[in-house]
Ligand binder design. Structure first.
Ligand code: GLN
Length: 486
């Protein structure tokens, strides 16, 4: 038998149901692996061993009493921007390095209610700003495939923890690519649901009109189970959609015959390098062998997505982050002379440099005289991008592209060049601007490193994405490849 930690979320679910394994055995196996590998990978900021062992015991009792849900006893870990009652929630920042949340985020409470066992809180770029996880106050996360490389970001801890088999499922968030890009860099499956599908209540805000909670796991099937758990209306988030939650696992085995896959010509131009192109072609061949057809589409304004995003996201961030002032919670500067000194020094000392850069850009873009030139213009571009996607999705079921321009880059490689870091999200940000669901799934390795392909679907079309990815995973073993040497 393979090790317990080799099992996927869906496989663990079956083992618990058959009573072949107890939650205590499973939880102990994951915690022991975390303890041995976390010092070098730095994926967890907080490991909640005692709480996890207690929930595992409760889960085993519920299973033997017959009061368990279908998911009771399976481990999960949360990105450290989901508030967790009584447990440190840092958002990867010094300014929240002592913040113990007084309540659970909606996503966390849904997982608890289902009986999942939380192993702890995962490392991330500070306030979810970044594409490499190097912006964390708690240090960079290392990619389990090559520890000299980044795991992607901002959900780098979530992606690396799943890839290294430290947890079978992790929560994550995606504002411009932070679930899909790290999933691609670590050989995992990641899903950013439609804006409004998953409540943002208790998720520390970066750019509220773009932020969306989602998941990283080994397979599309695992994501289908997890999404069913965390999706659904929540009156505490006014943008949460009042739509029923389908059983995402029900359609996984549907045939792809007759499905039309749109290939944006702007994604398959000369900028896509040959190795990435070949990896994408290999996936397309599988989709076609499963009965899908392809059609060329055009996303006319997609080249403007990065510039529009880097106005809108910092503008919203500058407003959202104004609440961190050293007064109500978090880090407070020592011996302030007056209230202004308290604000200034708490923020100067508490925020890292990328966060400060975004606050400055955002404040500038929103200032009188520049608002129309930058913020309003960016919002107009956003509308054009959304219209492009909706027009394209009238002629196809899914839009296909690479998740990232390349495989994982080296730690330190892009630190001094913020623009090249921002371009990491060239294929992913438009989906957020359009508010649509997007997933990244394992494509063939390139030079021994993982790559990912991206599927974007119509609003609330998560099932269509998961069905296609599940079918590809049934026909291939790219999602079974593991980082060696751990
Ligand atoms: N890399 C992008 C940024 O730095 C996206 C981050 C995210 O999706 N949270 O803003």
């Amino acid at each position: 038998m393979s090790d317990i930690t080799d099992l996927s979320f869906s496989e663990l679910k079956k083992m618990l149901q058959k009573k072949s394994l107890s939650s205590t055995e499973i939880t102990t196996a994951f915690l022991d692996r975390i303890e041995s590998l976390n010092p070098e990978l730095n994926t967890f900021i907080t490991i909640t061993r005692d709480e996890a062992m207690q929930s595992a015991k409760n889960a085993d009792k519920a299973i033997s009493r017959g009061t368990a849900t279908a998911y009771t006893g399976i481990p999960i870990a949360h990105k450290d921007l989901f508030c967790t009652d009584g447990v440190l929630t840092t958002c990867g920042s010094k300014i929240l390095s002592n913040f113990v949340a007084p309540y659970d985020a909606h996503v966390v409470s849904r997982c608890k209610a289902a009986g999942l066992v939380s192993l702890g809180k995962l490392n991330m770029d500070e306030f979810a700003m970044g594409s490499s996880n190097e912006n964390s106050y708690f240090g960079p996360v290392r990619n389990p495939w090559d520890k000299t490389r980044v795991p992607g970001g901002s959900s780098g801890g979530s992606a690396a923890a799943v890839a290294a088999k430290l947890t079978p499922l992790a929560t994550a968030t995606d504002t411009g690519g932070s679930i899909r890009q790290p999933a691609a860099f670590t050989g995992t499956s990641g899903l950013k649901p439609t804006y409004g599908r998953v409540s943002r209540f208790g998720m520390i805000a970066y750019a509220s009109s773009l932020d969306q909670g989602g998941l990283i796991a080994h397979t599309a099937e695992d994501l289908a189970h997890g999404l069913g758990l965390i999706a659904g209306h929540d009156s505490r988030d006014s943008t949460s959609a009042e739509l029923p939650v389908p059983d995402y696992t029900e359609v996984l085995s549907d045939s792809l015959a007759g499905k039309v896959i749109g290939l944006p010509k702007q994604f398959f131009d000369a900028n896509l390098n040959t190795a990435m192109r070949n990896a994408m072609d290999a996936v397309l061949d599988v989709l076609k062998s499963l009965g899908a057809t392809t059609v060329e589409i055009s996303l006319n304004h997609v080249a403007e997505a990065i510039p529009a995003y880097y106005v809108i996201a910092p503008a919203e961030a500058s407003s959202n982050l104004s609440r961190f002032d050293g007064v109500r919670f978090g880090y407070r500067a020592d011996k302030p002379t007056d209230v202004l000194d308290l604000y200034e020094r708490s923020r100067s000392e508490g925020f890292g440099s990328e966060v400060k850069r975004r606050i400055l850009i955002g404040t500038y873009a929103l200032s009188e005289g520049y608002y129309d030139a930058y913020y309003k213009k960016a919002q107009q571009i956003r509308r054009l991008i959304r219209d492009d996607f909706n027009r394209a999705l009238a002629s196809c079921d899914l839009i296909f592209g690479p998740s990232t321009p390349s495989t994982a880059f080296g730690i330190g490689e892009k630190n001094s060049d913020p623009v090249s870091m921002y371009l990491e999200d060239i294929y992913t940000v438009a989906t957020n601007l359009a508010g649509l669901p997007g997933g990244s799934f394992q494509a063939p390795l390139v030079n021994g490193l993982p790559t990912g392909y991206q599927l974007t679907g119509p609003a609330f079309g998560e099932s269509i994405i998961l069905n296609a990815a599940y079918q590809v995973q049934t026909a291939t073993d790219w999602h079974r490849l593991n980082p060696g040497g751990l």
